[in-house]
Design a protein around this ligand. Structure first.
Ligand SMILES: *[C@@H]1O[C@H](CO)[C@@H](O)[C@H](O)[C@H]1NC(C)=O
Length: 342
């Protein structure tokens, strides 16, 4: 895949916004009450009345979108809801929150092994939740910095470190943002999990979150803070592309970094349930598959850890439909998955 687009296109969304603006009728007063309550609960302060009014209009459109989607699609397996992003347009949201560069083939991959160590795995458990095995740290929040790639790589590394050493240690995304700057990765401007693994290997490890805390902005590499390497990886492997069954074998064995198309309005406003789309396959976001299972009604899903705080989704997680007809998987989840080895 040699795409060099910065991968933020999902044009149908624009049409949806335009359509929603005029379509519903929640009284303005109750909407502004809702907005005031929302501002208070998320500690939002705007610089002036103009900005506040602009944000109110966007909030209103988002709430109307959420309510119409929830009401109009009763057959849907997921619900949308208000979260800390409800005053952002979808365009703003995508440019601030994602940051996966869809161009795996351009990486100079010196440390990657071409084998897939789980290829001969035959039996996998019917469900898996790496949280219950103590291999997943708390939900983190990348803030307004497009370094999803760092959060995804770190979560996968935290997982393999727990499996190898027995210790769950929260590791430093900021070290990647500040220090992994000589390859494809560009801090808050985007990057790739595979490139992060390359850096961690050549760097001989990564330090802890507490030694090198997250700032959410590009900074200068703090070599002193990074000096104490709390965990190491020895390599990484790509899951064969476009195979949910290969991805299943991998996730059955460890948390796995996955790239997805998270640019849609339904993804921005996802609240609960098994997400079934809408989304495309323009990979723009890096997250971590930390399990899988089956809903009460038999809908299969991937359990995915996001890095957008706990107000989004199911306390920061999303369940995404698994085993769909398209080989790419929902939102392209099976296209560019990889995991570190240790
Ligand atoms: C899978 O099995 C084949 C056939 O026995 C073997 O050649 C290959 O090395 C195995 N792969 C792994 C990753 O063990």
């Amino acid at each position: 895949m040699a795409s060099t687009t910065p991968c933020l296109a999902l044009l149908f969304v624009l049409g949806i916004w335009a359509f929603q603006v005029s379509s519903r009728s929640i009284p303005e007063a109750s909407m502004s009450d809702k907005f005031e309550q929302w501002m208070a609960s998320y500690g939002r302060v705007y610089q002036d009345a103009f900005e506040k009014d602009k944000r109110f209009q966007i909030f209103k459109e988002n709430v109307e979108y959420i309510e119409s989607r929830n009401a109009g699609h009763t057959a849907k397996k997921y619900k949308l809801g208000v979260n800390e992003f409800t005053d952002l347009t979808n365009e703003e949201f995508k440019s601030m929150r994602n940051g996966y560069k869809m161009q795996r083939s351009t990486i100079v991959a010196s440390s990657k092994t071409s084998s897939f160590r789980y290829e001969n795995v035959t039996a996998v458990p019917s469900s898996m939740d790496w949280r219950s095995k103590g291999a997943v740290t708390n939900i983190k929040d990348q803030g307004q910095c497009g370094c999803c790639w760092a959060f995804s790589a770190v979560a996968a590394m935290e997982g393999i470190t727990k499996l190898k050493t027995g210790n769950l240690v929260s590791l430093s995304e900021q070290e990647l943002v500040d220090c992994d700057i000589n390859g494809e990765d560009e801090g808050c401007s985007g990057g790739l999990m595979d490139d992060a693994f390359e850096f961690i290997i050549s760097n001989k490890g990564l330090t802890t979150e507490s030694s090198y805390p997250y700032q959410g902005v590009d900074g200068t590499c703090n070599k002193k803070a990074a000096a104490n390497h709390a965990a190491q990886i020895t390599g990484y492997e790509d899951v064969p592309s476009n195979s949910e069954s290969a991805l299943l074998k991998a996730v059955a064995n460890q948390p796995v970094s996955v790239a997805i198309d998270a640019g849609g309005a339904d993804f921005q406003n996802y609240k609960s349930g098994v997400f079934t789309g809408e989304c495309g396959t323009s990979l723009d976001h890096g997250v971590t598959a930390v399990g899988y299972g089956e809903d009460d009604d038999g809908t299969k899903y991937w359990l995915v850890k996001n890095s957008w705080g706990t107000s989004w989704g199911e306390d920061g997680y999303i369940r995404m439909q698994r085993d769909i007809d398209a080989e790419e998987g929902l939102c392209g989840i099976a296209m560019e998955a990889s995991y570190p080895t240790a």
